[in-house]
Design a protein around this ligand. Sequence first.
Ligand code: GLU
Length: 449
Amino acid sequence: MPELDSRLRSTFEEVLRRNPGEQEFHQAVHEVLASLGPVVSKHPEYTDGGIIRRLCEPERQIIFRVPWVDDQGDVQINRGFRVEFNSALGPYKGGLRFHPSVYLGIVKFLGFEQIFKNSLTGMPIGGGKGGSDFDPKGRSDAEVMRFCQSFMTELYRHIGEYTDVPAGDTGVGGREIGYLFGQYKRITNRYESGVLTGKGLSWGGSQVRPEATGYGLVFFVDEMLRSRGEGFEGARVVVSGSGNVAHHAIAKVHELGGTVVACSDSSGYVVDERGIDLELLHEVKQVRRARLHEYADSAGGDVRFVKGGSVWDVPCRIALPCATQNELDADHAKTLLSNGVAIVAEGANMPTTPEAVRVLAEAGVGFGPGKAANAGGVATSALEMQQNASRDSWTFDHTQDRLAQIMRGIHSSCLATAEEYGSPGDYVTGANIAGFTKVADAMLSLGVV
Ligand code: GLU
């Protein structure tokens, strides 16, 4: 890891000491602190006022038991989490992740990232994250419903439209948000639409929310391309993952004239030189809830499925990691480079390892970090909250225009901030500093709380 500014080293050591074994959280904190050297030189009030130390300690961490009964009548026990990290800019906001890898360190890394991401959107939202080690894979609808109801039976007392507003993340989509909202409504006897985002269109959801993370990513990359005098037309693109973010990123790349030739899941990847067929992908992943080889089986022709391989072996000009944390390492980055990659932008949270980021940066590849590039999802959640607060609902086009405008704003604020702090073109520095200063200034104004 690169050296930290001496004023920040003890803060990082404190984080290591207080959060033993939480490697992903350490990584996320280190990445932000590594950008803040020039900021603390210019603004000693941030270190003197304990702002950065306070930022690294969540305001509240909730861990709870989630008991439920499976279809065989057996009692299952999972663990639920909600980390309410920072509320200087607004109510805690961030998704829920249901995946067997979830533990406190994952939730803290995601919550920490969310603070800066949410700040960058320019919307009035703080940062939080939650989830469970529940594995939805292979579970029936009825089991997912009972799990969600049990999860909400504890979570409801901690959330609210002015307090903490969860949404989806890996393993939590429209179906789960429906069950969670239903249980919240039943327990509280309140139709409090603004307590969750990612809702269905007929019960308080927003147009474009399902598409927003993937679309926003592609809008952001489009801005990166424009700043180099290029565009998506004719570009060969590889996307990792095949869930919500990947799906909508592929759709928008195709709309803008690029071709996504490969995508993946945890079993391997498919290469379809004609461009990934989204109808077929939807049928395989969402309807059949099957593995990706079924895409190649159904498509036939020259479509290849590579079992267990790395999708980053597929040559491309633009690479969009949209699967999960630390999925693109230094070796993958070197392969991408030797195949002529020009831009890497993160649709997932922290999918690129710090070593891979370094390899790409040294080679002059444009790198869009997740907290900027994938902020479109949470930004559109904030638009959903606006619509709920005013009991209004906007058209698809209006909402998409707002999203595009927000992504353009994030892009220009990253570039302007990177320039101001002496790292022109460095989106990591720009995103971290621009996200941080807004929260830090609010914390200074609000006193030691
Ligand atoms: N889970 C998404 C993210 O990582 C969206 C969160 C939200 O909409 O609150 O930003």
